[in-house]
Design a protein around this ligand. Structure first.
Ligand code: FAD
Length: 374
Protein backbone atom coordinates (compact mmCIF):
# COMPACT_ATOMS: atom_id res chain seq x y z
CA UNK A 1 0.00 0.00 0.00
CA UNK A 2 1.39 3.44 -0.96
CA UNK A 3 1.31 6.41 1.35
CA UNK A 4 -2.25 7.25 2.30
CA UNK A 5 -3.47 10.85 2.35
CA UNK A 6 -5.95 12.69 4.59
CA UNK A 7 -7.62 16.07 4.15
CA UNK A 8 -8.89 17.42 7.49
CA UNK A 9 -11.20 20.41 7.95
CA UNK A 10 -10.51 22.26 11.21
CA UNK A 11 -7.30 22.89 13.14
CA UNK A 12 -8.81 22.61 16.61
CA UNK A 13 -7.79 20.05 19.22
CA UNK A 14 -9.60 17.29 17.28
CA UNK A 15 -8.10 18.02 13.85
CA UNK A 16 -4.55 18.63 15.07
CA UNK A 17 -4.44 15.55 17.30
CA UNK A 18 -5.66 13.39 14.43
CA UNK A 19 -3.17 15.02 12.03
CA UNK A 20 -0.34 14.20 14.44
CA UNK A 21 -1.45 10.60 15.04
CA UNK A 22 -1.89 9.94 11.29
CA UNK A 23 1.47 11.47 10.32
CA UNK A 24 3.11 9.36 13.02
CA UNK A 25 1.63 6.32 11.24
CA UNK A 26 3.02 7.28 7.84
CA UNK A 27 0.11 9.24 6.36
CA UNK A 28 0.46 12.52 4.51
CA UNK A 29 -1.97 15.05 6.00
CA UNK A 30 -3.28 18.48 5.05
CA UNK A 31 -5.32 20.44 7.58
CA UNK A 32 -7.59 23.28 6.41
CA UNK A 33 -8.28 25.99 8.97
CA UNK A 34 -10.89 28.61 8.06
CA UNK A 35 -9.40 31.27 10.34
CA UNK A 36 -6.49 33.33 9.07
CA UNK A 37 -4.58 32.58 12.27
CA UNK A 38 -3.99 29.40 14.24
CA UNK A 39 -5.16 29.79 17.81
CA UNK A 40 -7.45 28.27 20.40
CA UNK A 41 -10.60 30.18 21.28
CA UNK A 42 -11.48 30.25 24.96
CA UNK A 43 -9.44 30.73 28.09
CA UNK A 44 -8.52 27.66 30.15
CA UNK A 45 -9.11 23.92 29.95
CA UNK A 46 -9.15 20.79 32.11
CA UNK A 47 -7.36 17.70 30.90
CA UNK A 48 -7.93 14.55 32.91
CA UNK A 49 -6.08 11.25 33.08
CA UNK A 50 -7.66 9.97 29.84
CA UNK A 51 -6.59 13.04 27.89
CA UNK A 52 -3.09 12.98 29.39
CA UNK A 53 -2.69 9.41 28.16
CA UNK A 54 -3.59 10.48 24.61
CA UNK A 55 -1.15 13.39 24.83
CA UNK A 56 1.52 10.96 26.01
CA UNK A 57 0.80 8.65 23.09
CA UNK A 58 1.33 11.48 20.59
CA UNK A 59 4.47 12.56 22.45
CA UNK A 60 3.47 15.90 24.02
CA UNK A 61 2.49 15.06 27.61
CA UNK A 62 5.76 16.30 29.10
CA UNK A 63 5.53 19.68 27.37
CA UNK A 64 1.87 20.02 28.31
CA UNK A 65 2.47 19.12 31.96
CA UNK A 66 5.45 21.48 32.20
CA UNK A 67 3.13 24.45 31.62
CA UNK A 68 0.06 23.14 33.46
CA UNK A 69 -1.19 23.09 37.03
CA UNK A 70 -2.14 20.09 39.18
CA UNK A 71 -4.38 21.44 41.91
CA UNK A 72 -4.06 19.81 45.34
CA UNK A 73 -7.87 19.74 45.69
CA UNK A 74 -11.14 20.14 43.81
CA UNK A 75 -13.43 22.04 46.17
CA UNK A 76 -16.96 23.41 46.44
CA UNK A 77 -17.45 26.57 48.47
CA UNK A 78 -20.14 29.10 49.24
CA UNK A 79 -19.79 32.68 47.94
CA UNK A 80 -18.35 33.76 51.31
CA UNK A 81 -15.67 31.08 51.10
CA UNK A 82 -17.22 28.46 53.42
CA UNK A 83 -15.94 25.02 52.41
CA UNK A 84 -18.61 22.50 51.37
CA UNK A 85 -16.61 19.63 49.90
CA UNK A 86 -13.04 18.79 49.03
CA UNK A 87 -11.49 16.03 46.94
CA UNK A 88 -8.04 15.04 45.87
CA UNK A 89 -7.24 13.68 42.42
CA UNK A 90 -4.05 12.00 41.27
CA UNK A 91 -4.27 9.55 44.15
CA UNK A 92 -4.48 5.79 43.48
CA UNK A 93 -7.58 5.06 41.42
CA UNK A 94 -8.51 8.75 41.00
CA UNK A 95 -6.40 9.76 37.98
CA UNK A 96 -4.81 13.14 37.36
CA UNK A 97 -6.73 16.37 36.83
CA UNK A 98 -4.74 19.17 35.22
CA UNK A 99 -5.64 22.74 34.33
CA UNK A 100 -3.91 24.96 31.81
CA UNK A 101 -4.51 27.78 29.39
CA UNK A 102 -6.00 26.77 26.07
CA UNK A 103 -3.20 28.65 24.35
CA UNK A 104 -0.64 26.42 26.05
CA UNK A 105 -2.38 23.16 25.13
CA UNK A 106 -2.95 24.40 21.60
CA UNK A 107 0.68 25.42 21.10
CA UNK A 108 1.87 22.00 22.27
CA UNK A 109 -0.46 20.05 19.94
CA UNK A 110 0.19 22.40 17.02
CA UNK A 111 3.95 21.93 17.44
CA UNK A 112 3.42 18.15 17.50
CA UNK A 113 1.36 18.23 14.29
CA UNK A 114 3.97 20.35 12.53
CA UNK A 115 6.81 18.26 13.90
CA UNK A 116 5.14 15.09 12.62
CA UNK A 117 4.93 16.64 9.14
CA UNK A 118 1.32 17.81 8.79
CA UNK A 119 0.68 20.62 6.32
CA UNK A 120 -1.60 23.26 7.83
CA UNK A 121 -3.30 25.77 5.54
CA UNK A 122 -4.92 28.82 7.14
CA UNK A 123 -7.72 30.85 5.56
CA UNK A 124 -8.95 27.66 3.89
CA UNK A 125 -12.63 27.04 4.56
CA UNK A 126 -14.20 23.65 3.92
CA UNK A 127 -17.69 23.92 2.44
CA UNK A 128 -18.54 20.24 2.16
CA UNK A 129 -17.36 16.73 1.43
CA UNK A 130 -18.12 13.78 -0.82
CA UNK A 131 -18.29 10.26 0.69
CA UNK A 132 -16.18 9.04 -2.25
CA UNK A 133 -13.23 10.96 -0.77
CA UNK A 134 -13.30 14.67 -1.65
CA UNK A 135 -13.06 17.75 0.51
CA UNK A 136 -14.65 20.80 -1.10
CA UNK A 137 -12.94 24.07 -0.19
CA UNK A 138 -14.32 27.60 -0.65
CA UNK A 139 -13.20 28.91 -4.02
CA UNK A 140 -14.27 25.80 -5.92
CA UNK A 141 -11.35 23.51 -5.30
CA UNK A 142 -12.00 19.83 -4.43
CA UNK A 143 -9.22 17.89 -2.72
CA UNK A 144 -9.15 14.10 -3.22
CA UNK A 145 -8.05 11.95 -0.29
CA UNK A 146 -8.18 8.42 1.07
CA UNK A 147 -9.72 9.93 4.20
CA UNK A 148 -11.65 13.20 4.58
CA UNK A 149 -12.39 14.53 8.06
CA UNK A 150 -14.82 17.08 9.42
CA UNK A 151 -13.23 18.33 12.64
CA UNK A 152 -14.69 21.74 11.97
CA UNK A 153 -16.53 22.42 15.22
CA UNK A 154 -20.19 22.90 16.19
CA UNK A 155 -21.12 24.62 12.91
CA UNK A 156 -19.45 21.89 10.84
CA UNK A 157 -19.90 22.41 7.11
CA UNK A 158 -18.57 18.92 6.37
CA UNK A 159 -21.18 17.30 8.63
CA UNK A 160 -24.03 19.40 7.27
CA UNK A 161 -23.11 18.79 3.63
CA UNK A 162 -23.61 15.07 4.30
CA UNK A 163 -26.88 15.50 6.19
CA UNK A 164 -25.45 13.87 9.32
CA UNK A 165 -26.70 16.36 11.91
CA UNK A 166 -29.32 14.88 14.23
CA UNK A 167 -29.47 17.56 16.90
CA UNK A 168 -27.92 20.90 17.80
CA UNK A 169 -29.13 22.49 21.03
CA UNK A 170 -28.20 25.43 23.21
CA UNK A 171 -28.63 25.11 26.99
CA UNK A 172 -30.11 27.61 29.43
CA UNK A 173 -26.75 28.17 31.17
CA UNK A 174 -23.87 29.96 29.57
CA UNK A 175 -20.43 31.17 30.54
CA UNK A 176 -17.99 34.02 30.36
CA UNK A 177 -14.47 32.61 30.24
CA UNK A 178 -11.51 34.74 31.29
CA UNK A 179 -7.83 34.57 32.12
CA UNK A 180 -6.71 36.93 34.89
CA UNK A 181 -3.36 37.40 36.63
CA UNK A 182 -2.68 35.46 39.81
CA UNK A 183 -1.46 37.48 42.77
CA UNK A 184 1.91 36.35 44.16
CA UNK A 185 0.31 35.61 47.55
CA UNK A 186 -2.13 33.15 45.92
CA UNK A 187 0.58 30.95 44.40
CA UNK A 188 1.26 27.96 46.64
CA UNK A 189 -1.45 29.12 49.05
CA UNK A 190 -3.35 26.27 50.80
CA UNK A 191 -6.69 27.53 49.42
CA UNK A 192 -5.89 29.49 46.27
CA UNK A 193 -3.86 26.74 44.59
CA UNK A 194 -6.96 24.55 44.44
CA UNK A 195 -9.67 24.36 41.82
CA UNK A 196 -12.81 25.78 43.42
CA UNK A 197 -16.45 25.88 42.41
CA UNK A 198 -18.13 28.80 44.17
CA UNK A 199 -21.90 28.23 44.24
CA UNK A 200 -24.50 30.98 44.58
CA UNK A 201 -28.21 30.19 44.10
CA UNK A 202 -28.33 31.45 40.49
CA UNK A 203 -24.68 31.95 39.57
CA UNK A 204 -21.43 30.04 39.83
CA UNK A 205 -17.75 30.84 39.49
CA UNK A 206 -15.24 28.13 38.65
CA UNK A 207 -11.79 29.20 39.82
CA UNK A 208 -8.87 27.29 38.23
CA UNK A 209 -5.19 28.20 38.49
CA UNK A 210 -3.42 27.38 35.19
CA UNK A 211 0.19 28.05 36.19
CA UNK A 212 2.08 30.48 38.46
CA UNK A 213 0.94 33.52 36.51
CA UNK A 214 -2.49 32.79 35.08
CA UNK A 215 -5.89 32.01 36.56
CA UNK A 216 -8.86 30.71 34.56
CA UNK A 217 -12.23 32.04 35.68
CA UNK A 218 -15.55 30.72 34.38
CA UNK A 219 -18.51 32.91 35.28
CA UNK A 220 -21.69 30.86 34.88
CA UNK A 221 -25.07 32.59 34.51
CA UNK A 222 -28.41 31.80 32.93
CA UNK A 223 -29.19 33.49 29.63
CA UNK A 224 -32.04 35.34 31.41
CA UNK A 225 -29.65 36.89 33.98
CA UNK A 226 -29.20 40.32 32.37
CA UNK A 227 -26.54 41.55 34.81
CA UNK A 228 -24.69 38.23 34.91
CA UNK A 229 -24.29 37.87 31.15
CA UNK A 230 -23.09 41.44 30.62
CA UNK A 231 -19.71 41.84 28.88
CA UNK A 232 -17.42 43.54 29.75
CA UNK A 233 -18.04 41.83 33.08
CA UNK A 234 -19.77 43.96 35.70
CA UNK A 235 -17.16 43.40 38.42
CA UNK A 236 -19.29 44.98 41.16
CA UNK A 237 -22.29 42.76 40.41
CA UNK A 238 -20.18 39.59 40.54
CA UNK A 239 -18.20 40.75 43.61
CA UNK A 240 -21.48 41.40 45.42
CA UNK A 241 -22.57 37.82 44.70
CA UNK A 242 -19.13 36.34 45.53
CA UNK A 243 -17.58 38.59 48.22
CA UNK A 244 -14.66 36.22 48.85
CA UNK A 245 -13.56 36.73 45.22
CA UNK A 246 -13.75 40.56 45.25
CA UNK A 247 -9.98 40.92 44.91
CA UNK A 248 -9.74 38.35 42.11
CA UNK A 249 -12.66 39.95 40.26
CA UNK A 250 -11.04 43.39 40.51
CA UNK A 251 -8.38 42.00 38.10
CA UNK A 252 -10.92 41.17 35.39
CA UNK A 253 -10.36 43.39 32.36
CA UNK A 254 -12.56 44.34 29.44
CA UNK A 255 -12.16 41.02 27.66
CA UNK A 256 -14.68 38.18 27.53
CA UNK A 257 -17.74 36.90 25.71
CA UNK A 258 -20.89 35.18 26.91
CA UNK A 259 -21.42 31.77 25.26
CA UNK A 260 -24.30 29.36 25.80
CA UNK A 261 -23.41 25.69 26.23
CA UNK A 262 -24.05 23.79 23.02
CA UNK A 263 -24.59 20.12 22.25
CA UNK A 264 -24.44 18.38 18.89
CA UNK A 265 -25.35 14.84 17.91
CA UNK A 266 -25.03 13.12 14.56
CA UNK A 267 -26.76 10.11 13.07
CA UNK A 268 -23.43 8.47 12.16
CA UNK A 269 -19.76 9.36 12.62
CA UNK A 270 -18.97 8.64 8.97
CA UNK A 271 -20.25 8.50 5.44
CA UNK A 272 -18.06 6.46 3.07
CA UNK A 273 -14.52 7.86 3.38
CA UNK A 274 -15.58 10.90 5.43
CA UNK A 275 -15.37 10.93 9.23
CA UNK A 276 -16.78 13.61 11.55
CA UNK A 277 -15.86 13.97 15.20
CA UNK A 278 -15.05 16.47 17.94
CA UNK A 279 -17.57 19.25 18.50
CA UNK A 280 -18.81 18.71 14.93
CA UNK A 281 -20.31 15.41 16.09
CA UNK A 282 -20.46 15.37 19.89
CA UNK A 283 -20.23 18.80 21.52
CA UNK A 284 -21.34 18.64 25.16
CA UNK A 285 -21.77 20.94 28.15
CA UNK A 286 -18.44 21.38 29.93
CA UNK A 287 -19.65 20.01 33.27
CA UNK A 288 -17.25 17.06 33.20
CA UNK A 289 -14.49 18.95 31.33
CA UNK A 290 -14.41 16.17 28.74
CA UNK A 291 -15.36 17.71 25.36
CA UNK A 292 -11.77 18.02 24.21
CA UNK A 293 -10.92 14.86 26.14
CA UNK A 294 -13.38 12.90 24.01
CA UNK A 295 -12.23 14.69 20.84
CA UNK A 296 -8.59 13.72 21.31
CA UNK A 297 -9.44 10.16 22.43
CA UNK A 298 -11.48 9.74 19.25
CA UNK A 299 -8.66 11.22 17.16
CA UNK A 300 -6.17 8.66 18.40
CA UNK A 301 -8.82 5.92 18.22
CA UNK A 302 -9.42 6.78 14.56
CA UNK A 303 -5.73 6.61 13.68
CA UNK A 304 -5.51 3.20 15.38
CA UNK A 305 -8.64 1.89 13.62
CA UNK A 306 -7.16 2.92 10.27
CA UNK A 307 -4.03 0.96 11.13
CA UNK A 308 -6.06 -2.15 11.95
CA UNK A 309 -8.44 -2.15 8.97
CA UNK A 310 -7.18 -1.32 5.48
CA UNK A 311 -10.55 -0.59 3.87
CA UNK A 312 -11.32 2.95 4.98
CA UNK A 313 -15.14 2.97 5.18
CA UNK A 314 -14.95 -0.30 7.16
CA UNK A 315 -12.30 1.17 9.47
CA UNK A 316 -14.56 4.18 10.12
CA UNK A 317 -17.47 1.93 11.07
CA UNK A 318 -15.25 -0.12 13.38
CA UNK A 319 -13.95 3.11 14.96
CA UNK A 320 -17.46 4.37 15.66
CA UNK A 321 -18.54 1.02 17.10
CA UNK A 322 -15.58 1.03 19.50
CA UNK A 323 -15.44 4.69 20.55
CA UNK A 324 -18.94 6.04 20.34
CA UNK A 325 -20.51 4.34 23.38
CA UNK A 326 -18.18 6.15 25.79
CA UNK A 327 -18.61 9.48 24.01
CA UNK A 328 -22.41 9.16 24.06
CA UNK A 329 -22.24 8.20 27.72
CA UNK A 330 -20.03 11.22 28.54
CA UNK A 331 -22.35 13.53 26.65
CA UNK A 332 -25.41 12.18 28.49
CA UNK A 333 -23.83 12.51 31.93
CA UNK A 334 -22.52 16.03 31.12
CA UNK A 335 -25.95 17.06 30.00
CA UNK A 336 -27.67 15.69 33.09
CA UNK A 337 -25.20 17.42 35.42
CA UNK A 338 -25.80 20.69 33.56
CA UNK A 339 -29.58 20.34 33.78
CA UNK A 340 -29.67 19.31 37.43
CA UNK A 341 -26.85 21.63 38.53
CA UNK A 342 -25.33 18.64 40.31
CA UNK A 343 -23.00 19.87 43.05
CA UNK A 344 -24.98 23.04 43.82
CA UNK A 345 -25.91 21.55 47.19
CA UNK A 346 -22.23 21.25 48.04
CA UNK A 347 -22.02 17.52 47.51
CA UNK A 348 -19.34 16.26 45.14
CA UNK A 349 -20.35 15.58 41.57
CA UNK A 350 -17.37 13.24 41.09
CA UNK A 351 -19.22 9.99 41.53
CA UNK A 352 -17.84 6.81 39.92
CA UNK A 353 -20.36 7.43 37.13
CA UNK A 354 -18.95 10.92 36.50
CA UNK A 355 -15.33 9.70 36.73
CA UNK A 356 -15.74 6.88 34.23
CA UNK A 357 -14.46 8.89 31.26
CA UNK A 358 -11.49 10.36 33.12
CA UNK A 359 -10.40 6.87 34.20
CA UNK A 360 -10.94 5.23 30.83
CA UNK A 361 -7.82 3.87 29.14
CA UNK A 362 -8.12 5.23 25.59
CA UNK A 363 -7.53 3.13 22.49
CA UNK A 364 -3.88 3.41 21.52
CA UNK A 365 -2.68 4.03 25.09
CA UNK A 366 -2.95 0.56 26.62
CA UNK A 367 0.81 0.09 26.26
CA UNK A 368 1.59 3.16 28.35
CA UNK A 369 2.55 2.73 31.98
CA UNK A 370 0.00 3.62 34.60
CA UNK A 371 0.45 7.30 35.38
CA UNK A 372 2.59 8.22 38.35
CA UNK A 373 0.41 9.04 41.31
CA UNK A 374 0.64 12.29 43.17
P1 FAD B 1 -13.06 23.44 17.75
O1 FAD B 1 -12.16 23.69 18.92
O2 FAD B 1 -14.29 24.21 17.63
O3 FAD B 1 -12.19 23.52 16.46
C1 FAD B 1 -12.76 23.57 15.18
C2 FAD B 1 -11.81 24.30 14.27
O4 FAD B 1 -12.33 24.26 12.95
C3 FAD B 1 -11.65 25.77 14.62
O5 FAD B 1 -10.29 26.12 14.57
C4 FAD B 1 -12.46 26.49 13.54
O6 FAD B 1 -11.96 27.78 13.25
C5 FAD B 1 -12.29 25.54 12.37
N1 FAD B 1 -13.36 25.59 11.38
C6 FAD B 1 -14.68 25.82 11.58
N2 FAD B 1 -15.37 25.72 10.44
C7 FAD B 1 -14.46 25.43 9.48
C8 FAD B 1 -14.54 25.17 8.09
N3 FAD B 1 -15.72 25.21 7.46
N4 FAD B 1 -13.41 24.88 7.41
C9 FAD B 1 -12.22 24.82 8.04
N5 FAD B 1 -12.07 25.08 9.37
C10 FAD B 1 -13.18 25.33 10.07
N6 FAD B 1 -13.25 20.26 27.05
C11 FAD B 1 -12.37 19.65 27.89
O7 FAD B 1 -11.86 18.58 27.55
N7 FAD B 1 -12.02 20.20 29.09
C12 FAD B 1 -12.55 21.38 29.52
O8 FAD B 1 -12.22 21.85 30.59
C13 FAD B 1 -13.49 22.03 28.67
N8 FAD B 1 -14.05 23.19 29.05
C14 FAD B 1 -14.95 23.79 28.25
C15 FAD B 1 -15.54 24.99 28.70
C16 FAD B 1 -16.49 25.60 27.92
C17 FAD B 1 -17.16 26.82 28.43
C18 FAD B 1 -16.84 25.05 26.65
C19 FAD B 1 -17.86 25.72 25.78
C20 FAD B 1 -16.23 23.90 26.20
C21 FAD B 1 -15.31 23.25 27.01
N9 FAD B 1 -14.69 22.07 26.60
C22 FAD B 1 -13.80 21.43 27.43
C23 FAD B 1 -15.00 21.46 25.28
C24 FAD B 1 -13.90 21.72 24.28
O9 FAD B 1 -13.61 23.10 24.22
C25 FAD B 1 -14.34 21.26 22.89
O10 FAD B 1 -14.96 20.00 22.98
C26 FAD B 1 -13.12 21.13 21.96
O11 FAD B 1 -12.47 22.36 21.85
C27 FAD B 1 -13.58 20.65 20.60
O12 FAD B 1 -12.51 20.65 19.71
P2 FAD B 1 -12.76 20.57 18.14
O13 FAD B 1 -11.40 20.55 17.54
O14 FAD B 1 -13.70 19.48 17.84
O15 FAD B 1 -13.54 21.88 17.78
Amino acid sequence: MGQRHAEIAGAGFAGLTLATALCQRGWSVRVHEASPVLRAFGAGIYIWENGLRVLQAIGVADQVLAGAHQAPFYESRLPDGTLLSQERFGTPGRGRMTTMTRAHLYDCILAAARGAGAEIVTGSEAVGADPAGLLHVRGGESRPADLVVGADGVRSAVRDSLGLLAERTAHRDGVIRLIVDRAAAEVGHPVWDSVINFWAPERRILYSPCNHRELYLVLVAKATDAEGVRVPVDRDVWAKTFPVLADVLSRVGEQGRYDLYESTRVTRWSAGRVAVFGDAAHAMPPTLGQGAGCAIMNALGLAVALEETAVIPAALLAWEARERPLTDYTQNVSQRIAQERTGADGRSKWTPEAMRTALHVPTGTQHLAVAPEG
